[in-house]
Write a protein of this length. Structure first.
Length: 393
């Protein structure tokens, strides 16, 4: 019988009795099932033999007051009978099979004690005893992740830029090098937890590990606290760093810069820096993904006759766009490679949409010419088809 069995098997279900069943009810249920599945009366039926073993196992536990109590506790502790609620016992946060593999099948010792060993081992690793004791204060510690925000101009976001960021993070106090002890004094190993920072607490048959109350999990006690950090060994540190924002970031994007967070301690790695980017809009260019967009005004005659027009690009010289004769209002032209730089170094396009302008005022000459144009095109009614189509449903 292993603890894994305890967590995976629903002995009550095997016997078909409620969790509140009395010893008598359990005995009755067992006898009935045992008779039904006994190998003597089911010769050669492997399935029934297996069932008989299950029933016997369940009865072994549930008929023994002490073991039944252990079993109930184990299952309550790990989410009220995982195996019972989810057939097959799946959904453990970690693989109990591996964890319990070493103890399964061992003789002696209740399951509760094994659980205690297990968690003690998990959380007190490198703890109690042993000559190479590390306290939690000297253990390598990864630096904190740091969050920051930056507002970029439209062009900076497209091209990439380097920004100066003032970052505040918690780091080892410089006055005491993180020990928390006043200069010239040293902290002593906490006698309660022997420097592990963890204490075990017994809960019935189970031992749990929690941060030591006397040293608050540090493993060290300070008699003469450092006046700068008041003994906690931590201090707010402000530093200014240069952060490279890659080309092509979008408004609201979070940029991760690995290793640019708070420095690690005792040889631990630095944390990461996350920068939330805000991008200011541009008064001429817009953006859809990797493409830049621009609206280009053209006159009616340019659109009708065709023209070569100059279109600005975000960076660099304007490009010449050939607008063919008969270009309708709103048509979009693609200027390749003048968009946003992608991660792989390639670039998006510039999408230029023409907007046909109507003159607000006309001088005499223009009016005369337009009237002439009107006369010349008198036969073309652009709404003839529309009126026709409007009549038919
Ligand atoms: Zn302690
Ligand atoms: Zn200090």
């Amino acid at each position: 019988m292993s603890t894994k069995d305890y967590l995976e098997k629903d002995y009550y279900a095997v016997l078909g009795v409620p969790k509140t069943a009395t010893a008598d009810e359990i005995k009755k249920a067992y006898r009935k099932l045992a008779r039904q599945y006994h190998p003597d009366t089911n010769q050669g039926d492997a399935a029934k033999e297996t069932k008989f073993k299950e029933v016997s196992e369940a009865y072994d536990i549930l008929s023994d007051g002490k073991r039944r109590k252990e079993y109930d506790e184990a299952r309550t502790l790990f989410g009220s009978g995982v195996g019972g609620q989810r057939p097959g016992g799946g959904g453990f946060p970690f693989d109990f099979g591996d964890l319990f593999g070493g103890t399964a099948g061992q003789q002696g010792g209740g399951a509760g004690e094994r659980l205690g060993d297990l968690f003690g081992g998990l959380f007190n690793r490198g703890g109690a005893g042993g000559s190479t004791r590390t306290t939690s204060a000297t253990r390598p510690r990864r630096g904190q992740d740091v969050e920051s925000e930056v507002t970029l101009s439209f062009t900076e976001a497209v091209e990439g830029t380097t920004v100066s960021l003032r970052l505040t993070s918690s780091a080892a106090c410089t006055a005491c090098s993180g020990t928390g002890a006043k200069a010239g004094t040293t902290p002593r190993v906490c006698p309660t937890c022997e420097g592990t920072g963890a204490a075990s607490r017994n809960l019935g048959n189970f031992a749990f590990s929690e941060p030591c109350r006397d040293c608050k999990g540090r493993g060290l006690l300070v008699d003469d606290p450092c006046p700068v950090c008041e003994g906690n060994g931590r201090a707010k540190s402000t530093r200014t760093i240069q952060a490279r924002i890659p080309a092509g970031v979008a408004d609201g994007q979070r940029v991760k810069l690995k290793g640019k967070g708070a420095p690690g301690e005792n040889g631990g790695p630095a944390g990461d820096l996350y920068i939330l980017t805000h991008v200011k809009p541009h008064h001429v260019f817009g953006r859809t993904g990797d493409n830049l967009t621009i609206t280009v005004p053209v006159t009616f005659s340019e659109a009708a006759l065709g023209a070569e027009i100059k279109v600005p690009t975000l960076k660099g010289m304007p490009v010449t766009l050939r607008v063919p004769a008969g270009t309708p209002n709103g048509r979009t032209f693609r200027v390749r490679g003048r968009g946003v730089t992608r991660k792989d170094g390639t670039k998006g396009d510039l999408l230029a949409s023409v907007e046909v302008l109507v003159p607000k005022t006309l001088d005499d000459k223009s009016r005369e010419l337009l009237n002439e144009f009107n006369t010349a095109t008198a036969g073309d009614d652009p709404r003839a088809d529309l009126i026709q189509r409007a009549r038919s449903e």
